[in-house]
Design a protein. Sequence first.
Length: 134
Amino acid sequence: MSDSQILDTETTGFDSVRAEISREMVRLYKEQFGRGPTKARTEFAGPDIVICTLEHSLTPAEQSLAAMGEHQRLRDTRMYFQHATERQFRDVIERITGRPVRAFVSGIDTCVDVSCEVFHLARPGDPPGPVADD
């Protein structure tokens, strides 16, 4: 899919790409954490950045950690799981956009239960980014 196809907000294709990415992120969260977010939104920030925002995905145990003030422990645990399943997240974006993922950044605000998955897409001629294996 070309940059112009991805960014053409006048076409149904753009909306369907965003919706499909959101659905796939919810599916992955449900598979990985046992619970999917109740709200998901995907946007393009220019031609090379995909941002998926997911809300209300904390499990009851994670909600208890947050209530206990264990926000760093919760962030560390979530980041560990994201690292372990990075290839699956990249694969979804690459399949839907038709472009390699150059970089993947994941974050969570444990106070308000909002997560963001940010994918930097490679431009034609750029090598795809490696998936960390440590």
